[in-house]
Design a protein around this ligand. Structure first.
Ligand code: AMP
Length: 219
């Protein structure tokens, strides 16, 4: 059996991690694992987990390491993760990164893609971002689906995330610099980081990511 492909996508909120993971997932048949999507689904469904984390998500703060690590462990136990995972929004702290290493054991992280986008551009993208509440499809406010509020893929409601409001955006970018940016050093020391310019078309970014994977003999 081919080794599991574990890709960690790092980058500020709005760098394009979710968009890239969606197309990489189709291309390589590896599940897109977004802890943000898992947490938002729990909030939407009003589960005990959702009730516990709603205010944290709305404020743009981070939920505890123990909680997200447990969620990822659960997700990795599902059959489709046997091929690997595209990790979007996890790990987000050094504690999560070391917990991930322990979880993966002798099949460690394969590569860390750093999607690099200047802060003013991500702020603009986030404030214009709209998402489908049902399937997570991402639109811009001025796309037909963003403007009409109806998802082109599943017919679900297209909304602005509570944490895409200006104050929460600021909180989340601060949290990124404080908690997540240090992961670049962590993975650089393991020689796993490839930086990709995220300020290009979706297709051009995707081509750069695909090249990074094939250059390292991973696909
Ligand atoms: P995202 O969609 O990745 O921006 O995540 C949305 C929100 O979910 C974040 O602002 C956090 O409140 C929470 N969250 C998602 N992933 C994590 C994580 N790995 N650690 C802590 N909180 C997380």
């Amino acid at each position: 059996m081919a080794p599991r492909l574990i890709v960690v996508l790092l980058g500020k909120q709005g760098a394009g991690k979710g968009t890239q993971c969606a197309s990489l997932s189709q291309r390589y048949n590896i599940p897109h694992v977004s802890t943000g999507d898992i947490l938002r689904a729990a909030v939407r469904e009003g589960t005990p987990l959702g009730q516990q984390v709603k205010s944290v998500l709305d404020a743009g703060e981070l939920v505890s390491d123990d909680l997200v690590v447990a969620l990822v462990k659960e997700r990795f136990a599902q059959a489709d993760a046997a091929t690997g995972a595209l990790l979007d929004g996890f790990p987000r702290t050094l504690g999560q990164a070391t917990a991930l290493d322990v979880m993966l054991g002798d099949e460690p992280v394969s590569i860390c893609i750093n999607l690099d986008v200047p802060t003013p551009l991500v702020v603009e993208r986030l404030s214009k971002r709209r998402v489908c509440q049902e399937c997570g499809a991402i639109y811009r406010a001025d796309d037909p689906a963003g403007a009409s509020g109806t998802c082109e893929k599943c017919g679900g409601d297209v909304i602005q995330r509570a944490d895409d409001q200006p104050e929460a955006i600021r909180q989340r970018l601060d949290a990124y610099e404080r908690d997540t940016a240090p992961l670049l050093d962590y993975y650089s020391q393991k020689n796993l980081v490839v930086t990709v310019n995220g300020d290009q078309s979706v297709e051009a970014v995707g081509a750069d990511v695909a090249r990074a994977l094939s250059d390292r003999g991973l696909v």
